[in-house]
Design a protein around this ligand. Sequence first.
Ligand SMILES: Nc1ncnc2c1ncn2[C@@H]1O[C@H](COP(=O)(O)OP(=O)(O)OP(=O)(O)O)[C@@H](O)[C@H]1O
Ligand SMILES: [Mg+2]
Length: 250
Amino acid sequence: MLYVKNLRKSYQSGNKSYAVLKGVDLSVATQEFVAVMGPSGSGKSTLLNCISCYIPFEEGAISLGGQNLQGLDEDALAKIRNEKLGFVFQDFMLLDGLTVRENVLVPRIIRDKVEPEAEQLADSLLALFGISHIADKYPAEISGGERQRTAVARSLINKPLIILADEPTGNLDSKSSRTVIEAFENARQQLGATIFMVTHDSFAASFCDRVILLKDGTVYNTLRKSEDQKESQGAFQDRLLTAIKEMSKA
Ligand SMILES: Nc1ncnc2c1ncn2[C@@H]1O[C@H](COP(=O)(O)OP(=O)(O)OP(=O)(O)O)[C@@H](O)[C@H]1O
Ligand SMILES: [Mg+2]
């Protein structure tokens, strides 16, 4: 569903060029929940920003739902961002002047007028993520975990092909983090959502089907939760921590 092939991206500083992504290859299947982990500066956010069509890249290809993202004009990219992608950010990015329910509907308002079907979907997302009771509250009146679950609901309102999340639990304590990861899990199971998440949090990553380790701008290793042996989430987290330790020594 998402294919990234030989992706190369560098930043210019003065007349010098710094390579950040040095040929990244990966893919994400429909309904997969995939995490990307790696040291600070390894290029995780840059990778997400390329997939999000926020920054151009020099070489390689990205295709989403069968459509190539290179060579599209700004209008086409904006349409893809609004209609095909859902975003969840570390700092929530909710609009303070809107209620929880209104925030969830924002991407739909941008797209066209809000039909009753969208209102129903918003209400069912609030129910799915356990935040119906705060639908009329404002972001300043709710907890961090509730804010992020609101953001997850917002990311789903246009039924995107994939949700891109950059450190979605980075500002949350472990209990709130868990509610957000459970929201992703529910979105996947109940709505067939596909999720691609950058995280530093091995606990959050241990809920994923697959974890891609990025180091110095390339894929260093990929770990898949074993299905046949029904590997527990705790055992997968241990395996992840070992692989990360090994990567930091290499
Ligand atoms: N706009 C920019 N201009 C120049 N250099 C940049 C820019 N954005 C990122 N970089 C550099 O590119 C490298 C990768 O940055 P990136 O933000 O992708 O890392 P990351 O893996 O997301 O790190 P973190 O875990 O700290 O969020 C870093 O060395 C960073 O300083
Ligand atoms: Mg980052």
